[in-house]
Design a protein around this ligand. Structure first.
Ligand code: ATP
Ligand code: MG
Ligand code: FE
Length: 343
């Protein structure tokens, strides 16, 4: 069974192809990603109309390249991200998936983007035991309980304001470091002292919901720190700010992920989403997982950011789980909840 996955929920046009093997794992046959991230840089964030236009231009060439890379004329099934994401961006991938599925006369599966971020880890690390997944990207910060990839994920907590990646982007912007901010701050933080500035750890008091996150207070604390330094004509210690900010984010994310795994009673944590490329989030997650006797699974950075392979892999798991194909009348759902795995 060969599955093509199409992803267009944000600013990456992804087309991936996998083959499901008899042992239940998947083999990667093609991984094509075209990103419009450069076109959004001067706006400091993703501009939905620009993303949709870029998907329109990129989707058919990406599908052709993926078929050529896999050496096939058509797959046996098509899986596509139906939500959550940007409305106009999702429409492009879903329209392409429906059109090709109809033309090729193959089944079509409309899937949840977040499930793809979790499922992709099985490509590198094999079958997934019950676990807790921490997804962090520019648009999402979720702690999820995963029993079975073919079933809906259970939300344990999420951000009440900014996503973690969004906080990196906003802090980089206010320091004049460009977009996307995550990679720049990560690189600069290497030269800074993570304990130099005691930035706040949002929602970590005993009164707060155990698994929810808040990053907007942290972003404001960085802004106040910068304003005070400028008022007093002090030079901005950019590496210290980057390292201290990054430490605050990594501290809260990993603390809550470990707590969730312990409370739920699983021994595995899976990371996913573009912000898990962050070196400190990775190293602190490793340190704390090892100390707690937990196994940490992290896909390679290329598979952590949005891509089509993750949707193809989720598709293969869902099909193997016995799911029926989606109807061609199914509509995109920009606000699709974690609790819905397939529409
Ligand atoms: P979605 O939220 O739908 O997954 P997205 O495009 O926002 O879409 P990704 O492409 O997965 O998400 O990731 C991009 C985000 O990850 C940006 O916010 C970026 O700043 C952040 N990011 C990338 N590398 C790093 C890093 N090394 N450290 C911190 N954040 C990073
Ligand atoms: Mg992106
Ligand atoms: Fe994503």
């Amino acid at each position: 069974m060969i599955v093509m996955g199409i992803e267009s929920s944000c600013d990456e046009t992804g087309v991936g192809i996998v083959r499901r093997l008899p042992d239940g794992t998947c083999e990667l046959l093609a991984d094509e990603v075209a990103s419009s991230v450069d076109q959004h840089a001067r706006f400091g964030g993703v501009v939905p109309e620009i993303a949709s236009r870029a998907h329109l231009e990129a989707i058919v060439p990406a599908m052709r390249r993926a078929l050529a890379a896999a050496g096939i004329d058509k797959p046996d099934a098509l899986a596509v991200t139906i939500g959550p994401g940007l409305a106009g961006a999702l429409l492009v991938g879903v329209a392409a998936a429906k059109a090709y599925a109809a033309a090729w006369d193959i089944p079509f599966y409309a899937l949840n983007h977040l499930g793809g971020h979790v499922a992709v880890d099985t490509l590198e690390h094999g079958p997934m035991p019950p676990c807790v997944a921490l997804l962090v990207s520019g648009g999402h910060t979720h702690l999820l309980q995963v029993a079975d990839l073919a079933q809906p994920l259970v939300e344990l907590g999420s951000t009440v304001d900014d996503a973690a990646g969004e906080a990196f982007d906003k802090v980089a912007r206010l320091l004049g470091l460009g977009y996307p901010g995550g990679p720049v701050l990560d690189a600069i933080a290497v030269d800074g002292d993570p304990s130099a500035i005691p930035f706040p750890r949002g929602m970590t008091s005993a009164r707060d919901p155990r698994y929810d996150f808040s990053f907007s207070g942290l972003k404001t604390a960085v802004a106040r720190y910068v304003e005070a330094a400028q008022r007093e004509n002090r030079e901005l210690p950019i590496p210290d700010i980057a390292a201290s900010f990054q430490e605050a984010v990594a501290d809260v994310l990993t603390m809550k992920a470990i707590r969730a795994a312990q409370d739920v009673g699983v021994d595995t944590i899976v990371l996913g989403g573009g912000a898990t490329a962050n070196s400190r989030i990775r190293s602190l997650a490793e340190e704390r997982s090892a100390a707690a006797g937990l196994t940490l699974r992290v896909p390679k950075p290329r598979l952590c950011t949005d891509n089509g392979v993750m949707i193809a892999t989720l598709g293969a798991h869902v099909i193997a789980g016995g799911a029926q194909p989606s109807e061609f009348t199914v509509a995109t759902d920009p606000g699709l909840s974690v609790a819905t795995s397939q529409l």
